[in-house]
Unconditional design. Sequence first.
Length: 322
Amino acid sequence: MQSVPENLAEDDPILIEQTCLPFLRKAQNKDGGWGFSANRDSRVEATAWALLALREFSSTNESERIGRGLQFLRSAQLPDGSWPSAPGQRQGSWVTALACWSLESATELQPALSQGLEWLGDERPADSLAWRRILRRLVAGKNVVDHNDAYYGWSWTPGTASWVEPTSYALLVLRHAAPNILPTGLQERSRLAESMLFDRMCPGGGWNCGNPMVYGVAGQAQIGPTVWALLALRNAPAREEIRKSLEWIENNWQAVPSPGSLALAQIALSFYERPTAMVHAALCDAYSSDKFLWSVPVVAWSVLAMSPTRHWLEAPAPIHHA
C-alpha cells in the first residue's frame, strides 16, 4: 500500500503555484479562451473550468486574465442565451451550465448570465414529453431499461434524453446562483432532476453515463458521473444512496488511476469529509512522475481538488440590481 507523506498538504500550494496555475496561464489563447490542451482552439467547456480554477486562487495578478476569459465566453454566447459545445455550432448545449457557473461572480456580465439561466430553465429533454415516454414503451417494451419515466433532468443537446452529467451540472449552477437572478418555476424542475439522479443510481452505488439497468443487466458506475451527481445532491447528505456512492468511490478509485479520475474522486470525498490521503498521494504522484496528459480540464480539476477553500461550490451573496 502506498505511503502518504506527512507533509503532503503542505506541498499543495507548491504544486498549485509552481505547476498547475502556470500551465493554465500559459495555455490561455489570444482570444481569451482555453482549448482542451495548450495550443488548441478555444472551447467553452475548457474555458469554464480554467476560469473556475483561476478564480479559486484569484489575485490582482489574475484579474486581467480572468476578464479576457469571461469576454471570450460572452462572445461565444448564442442569441437565445445558450452556449454551443463547439465553435461554429448554432445550437445550445449542456456547456451552458458550465458557462453560467463561471460567470456568476462577474457583476458586469449579469445580463449574459440571466439569459443563460433562462435557457437552462426552458430547455426540456425529449423524455420529459409524455408522448415520447409512451412511444418508447410501445416500441421498446417496458423491460429495456429500469427507471422511472416520470423523472427527467437535462440533456447533452436539446431534444435528446436526460443524462446524469448534464443534469448534475445544471443543478450545481442553479444552486450556486444568487436567488434573485434565478428564473421562476425552477423549484419543481430541480426536484424532478434530483429524483431522476437518485433513480438512475447503479445498484451497487455510483452512477454511469446512461441507465443503471438495461435488459436486466446492472450498469457499471464511473468516477466522473458519480462525483458530479454526488455534488449535485449535496442537499441530501444523509440519504443511503449518498453513503453507498461514496463507499463505491472509496473502493474503486484505484481501478481507474487516471489524473482526472483521481482529482474528481478527491473533490467528492473531501466535500463529504471522507478520508482522501491515499487519493491525494496518487494525484500528487501523477504530477511528480510526469504521468499527466496536461488536459486543461484535468489540471483545473486538480487545482480545485487541492484548494483549501471551496468557493467554487459555495453560493455567492445575492446580487442586488440598481
